[in-house]
Design a protein around this ligand. Structure first.
Ligand code: SAH
Length: 243
């Protein structure tokens, strides 16, 4: 049994007050809670996450999505795109807390439709929109229109750089959520970055509040147009790496 106070305080607020330096309002925390509940509920129908336990999901999805807040806050002002958003991580939590205008890009129509329903039901459509297309297609339509691009669990770093650069405005930032063995990826990304007009800004390693889940936030910034025509044909970035 939960007492009144526990019922009143959103779970997200309790969890996050311990780990996020930014204060999260009760309204924001309620939305974060609602989003997580929605994903866990929809997960019975379509595979959005392998984490079914709510407490684990609070850490591995909500807390994890918000760990890059310092990097996002430091990025230039303007629209943010979350590439391969899946159930909406990290895009929805980041949009809720930062209030940035956000585009969630998700090519799987069923997943994109679920994201749209959540956004409509919670009247978030002024701030968050869903593009049910491939990242490459959005890049053809909205070239250079994003100040920040985020991606978690989508692709290796060199691929992320290639997918992000045509979407970014000059000075715009790619904030990549990475884990584990990033050294190899980072080496290849390092060789590619100039050709893609991207420079390495920094990396931050951290451990989530479960004390064991490692996360690396890698930031790159666009300083020039890429030397080759991007995006390449659909799927090429992911299936035929440039190097
Ligand atoms: N970012 C989410 C989901 C990761 S799974 C999370 O961390 O929980 C990767 C997602 O990217 C899948 O939902 C897949 O459909 C989507 N995706 C993969 N390649 C894509 C592309 N080229 N364009 C748009 N979406 C893509």
């Amino acid at each position: 049994m939960t007492d009144m106070w526990e019922k009143e305080a959103p779970d997200a607020q309790k969890t996050l007050s311990r780990v996020i330096q930014y204060s999260i309002s009760e309204e924001e925390a309620r939305l974060l809670d609602k989003h997580l509940s929605y994903v866990l509920e929809q997960n019975k129908r379509i595979n959005l996450t392998s984490i079914e336990n709510r407490e684990r999901a609070m850490i591995l999805h909500i807390e994890d999505s918000l760990v890059a807040l310092p990097e996002i806050m430091r990025s230039p002002q303007g629209r943010m795109a979350d590439l391969g958003s899946g159930g909406g991580f990290p895009g929805i939590p980041l949009a809720i807390v930062t209030k940035r205008e956000t585009t969630l890009v998700e090519a799987t129509k069923k997943k994109a439709a679920l994201l749209s329903v959540f956004i409509q039901e919670n009247s978030l459509q002024d701030r968050i929109c869903v593009e049910a297309v491939r990242i490459e297609e959005l890049a053809r339509r909205q070239r250079g229109q994003y100040a920040v691009v985020t991606a978690r669990a989508l692709a290796p770093l060199p691929v992320l750089l290639e997918l992000a650069t045509p979407l970014l405005c000059m000075g715009g930032a790619l904030v990549a959520y990475k884990a584990g063995q990033v050294e190899e990826e980072a080496k290849v990304a390092n060789k590619l970055k100039n050709m893609l007009g991207m420079e390495f800004v920094g990396k931050r390693e951290l451990v989530l509040s479960d004390g064991m889940t490692k996360r690396e936030i890698m930031v790159y910034q666009k300083f020039a147009e890429a030397e080759r025509d991007l995006p390449r044909r659909n799927g090429q970035a992911q299936h035929r790496p440039l190097i």
